[in-house]
Design a protein around this ligand. Structure first.
Ligand SMILES: [Zn+2]
Length: 80
């Protein structure tokens, strides 16, 4: 059972779609894509990453963000 989320939905900056069976896998795909965009020095993604970096500086908010994204993922219908 796969679910689809976009880069934007995961705190990124584009409409690239990721498909994964679990939220952990989804987060990994998003992270990998983010690293690729970082290496390309894509301005929109760099800005999105800066915001994520700020979140990471406060563990409570980061956890809240992750919990929200996880519920968002869980609530998605499975891909056909
Ligand atoms: Zn992206």
């Amino acid at each position: 059972m796969m679910k689809t989320m976009t880069c934007k939905q995961l705190g990124g900056a584009c409409d690239m779609k990721f498909q994964a069976e679990s939220f952990e896998e989804m987060a990994q795909l998003s992270k990998k894509h983010g690293m690729e965009m970082f290496q390309k020095a894509d301005a929109a993604h760099l800005e999105a990453m800066n915001k994520m970096q700020e979140l990471m500086n406060s563990p409570g908010e980061m956890k809240l963000w992750m919990d929200n994204k996880r519920s968002e993922f869980e609530a998605l219908p499975d891909d056909k």
